[in-house]
Design a protein around this ligand. Structure first.
Ligand SMILES: NC(=O)c1ccc[n+]([C@@H]2O[C@H](COP(=O)([O-])OP(=O)(O)OC[C@H]3O[C@@H](n4cnc5c(N)ncnc54)[C@H](O)[C@@H]3O)[C@@H](O)[C@H]2O)c1
Length: 316
């Protein structure tokens, strides 16, 4: 019961990571308000729906954000227009992804708060020069989504340094698992592969499949996020959230085929413009040292749990 009695605002709480975070906060005794405009989120994602206050609205509405932040001890800002939407509409990306974070910071400056946690993304590293990537490595901004995530980080740092607004940033790497619905057209690659393979369709791989990522199970990402709000030394800091293990898309698809016992074979199609990062794996030493966090799930265990969830929920 680490959050007993705490008043917590989760923006984007009806989405994939936000819903798992919200359900966990409820189990940990928090009183949670979710602010979500249901762009990709769904109320049904929330097992704890009856035990939370759900507000359908946007982080771009400063008056609403002011009111909700004023009533909160902690804020987790997860609301986002994802990379696909953001590439199609950089204006919307700027308004929601950067504007939303800005509004939360303005409200926190006005009313005070114990901690804000911002969920940023490893997309800001672009094509890294060194692997595994650590938090101090160079950044390269390859798309509008990365630009909006980084500008949100920059506003967090500026408000922390100038006004003492207490923020912590976590940078997620390819989160997958429970509650990542294949019905969401923008869902991640793990969810897409499961969907295709469970329908006995050949999984489609963009490019050679040799591109690598660091796949993080959702409950691990959520635990790192919760610790980021609790650990005093995390104040004003930035943390990588990954596994430190590099997996190619080809390896990933073969693992999923093995877990599902399917006979399908991957099919290769054109590379997408948003897949312009060849290799990615994170150094998570700082998170281990300061947050005292290490991921609990191996990729095999996480994929097996995802398969069980998809099957039990009839989502496949
Ligand atoms: N899933 C990943 O692999 C990953 C990787 C890196 C970073 N992240 C970050 O984690 C956070 C959560 O991502 P996710 O994968 O759960 O995405 P998601 O799309 O499932 O969730 C985002 C939620 O934000 C809501 N939302 C969108 N616009 C909004 C607005 N204007 N006002 C209020 N709510 C709004 C959506 O309806 C949705 O419920 C995001 O900040 C994202 O950038 C995720």
């Amino acid at each position: 019961m680490r959050f007993k009695g705490k008043k917590v605002l989760v923006t984007g709480g009806a989405g994939f990571v936000g819903s798992v975070l919200t359900d966990t906060l409820i189990q940990e005794g928090a009183k949670v308000t979710v602010l979500d405009d249901l762009f990709t989120g769904r109320r049904e994602n929330l097992r704890s729906l009856r035990r939370i206050r759900f507000i359908q609205g946007s982080v771009t509405d400063l008056k609403l954000v002011n009111r909700l932040v004023k009533q909160s001890d902690l804020v987790f800002n997860l609301a986002v227009r994802n990379i696909i939407v953001s590439t199609k509409s950089p204006q919307l990306d700027f308004q929601v992804n950067t504007g939303g974070m800005f509004n939360v910071l303005i409200a926190a400056k006005n009313y005070g708060i114990e901690r804000i946690v911002y969920t940023s993304s490893v997309s800001i590293y672009g094509n890294a020069r060194h692997l595994p990537i650590d938090e101090n490595d160079g950044l390269s901004i390859l798309n509008p989504y990365a630009a909006s995530k980084l500008s949100s980080e920059n506003y967090c740092s500026a408000f922390y340094e100038s006004y003492g607004v207490p923020v912590t940033i976590v940078r997620y790497s390819n989160v997958y698992g429970l509650n990542q619905s294949p019905l969401n057209p923008y869902c991640g690659v793990v969810s897409k592969f499961f969907d295709q393979i469970m329908k006995e369709r050949d999984p489609l791989i963009h490019g050679s499949g040799e591109q690598t990522r660091d796949f993080t199970y959702v409950t691990d990402a959520v635990e790192a996020t919760l610790l980021a709000s609790l650990v005093p030394k995390a104040l004003g800091e930035v943390f990588n959230v990954g596994t430190g293990k590099e997996t190619s898309v080809n390896e990933l698809v073969m693992k999923i085929i093995q877990i599902t016992g399917s006979r399908v074979r991957p099919r290769y199609i054109d590379r997408r413009d948003i897949d312009n990062v060849q290799r990615r794996v994170l150094n998570i030493e700082k998170s281990r040292r300061i947050l005292r966090w290490v991921p609990a799930k191996t990729l095999e265990a996480g994929l097996t749990e995802t398969y069980a969830w998809l099957g039990s929920a009839g989502k496949g």
